[in-house]
Design a protein around this ligand. Structure first.
Ligand SMILES: [Mg+2]
Length: 277
């Protein structure tokens, strides 16, 4: 019996990347094994397209990727063209971009209104690249990329915690959501990492029709919950935050013993060894 083909979807901060240093080198053995076996690794993060592009280059990753918590899916040219070989003359050079969210300008308009109503917060739009660098620990160049956003807005709450539910409600009345990430609260539309994962799985199923495909999702935070719950196999990476993520018992789930890229490496190697599915 042939083994099912695995398709990996991975969060970045606190999952493939160390929460504090953004280093991924501890995951190298697993990444090399995935590359060797030709298994896709779809990066699925709250980070922006230019940030993820920079990381893909560093990783040598050529698979599709999901930006800003599912705001858009970006597919490299001819990636899902199974029939034609990758012919650079014939295929277009342009990425295919599928957007799920309303444009950021609409989001910022709503945030300006809520600020007038008395809510106090500081979003990436209000910060210089240097300030984003301070809050995230990112180098200034990366912080500049983090400000180039499509459809989501990270913010720091500048009021009492007790007021957050009212803010959330006000956003919901305007068709928006507030999702907690590792460092920031993210204001976004009614899309998420899970929806984009399922859309790409459909494309992979069409590409590898006749084969059994298994989605494997890796994440550490509340914004990964739905992606983890909807994947065939969930790998919960031990969080650097105060609240560990727990999934429903009936789910096929693996919990890493170590945090960040070390946990990523450990769990992916276990899965590739054929254990856990
Ligand atoms: Mg994370």
């Amino acid at each position: 019996m042939t083994r099912p083909r695995l398709v990996f979807f991975s969060d970045l901060d606190g999952t493939l990347l160390d929460h504090d240093t953004y280093d991924w080198s501890a995951a190298k053995p697993a990444l090399e094994k995935l590359e060797l076996e030709g298994l896709p690794v779809v990066l699925n993060s709250s980070k922006t397209a230019p940030e993820i592009q920079a990381l893909r280059r560093a990783l040598g990753n050529t698979d599709p990727y999901i930006v800003e918590n599912g705001a858009a899916v970006i597919i490299p040219p001819a990636y899902f063209d199974s029939a034609a070989p990758r012919d650079s003359e014939k295929s277009s050079d342009k990425d295919e971009i599928i957007k799920f969210g309303a444009p950021r300008s609409e989001l910022l308009k709503v945030l300006a209104e809520l600020r007038q109503d008395g809510y106090s917060f500081e979003s990436f739009e209000d910060m210089t690249a240097e300030e984003v660098a301070q809050h995230t620990g990112l180098p200034p160049e990366s912080a500049r990329l983090a400000k180039q956003r499509l459809a989501t807005e990270p913010l720091l709450w500048r009021d009492q915690e007790i007021d957050i539910p009212f803010f959330r409600k006000a956003l919901e009345q305007r068709g928006l959501r507030l999702v907690r990430g590792g460092r920031f609260q993210h204001v976004m539309g009614a899309f998420d990492k899970a929806e984009s994962m399922q859309m790409l799985m459909k494309r992979y199923r069409a590409l590898y029709s006749g084969e059994k495909l298994i989605s494997v999702a890796l994440g550490d935070g509340p914004n990964d919950r739905r992606m983890l719950e909807q994947a065939d196999i969930a790998i919960v990476i031990k969080s650097a935050g105060p609240e560990p993520l727990r999934l429903p018992d009936q789910h096929r789930v693996m919990y890493s013993g170590k945090k960040g890229p070390e946990g990523w490496n450990e769990c992916v190697l276990t899965i590739l060894a054929g254990e856990g599915y």
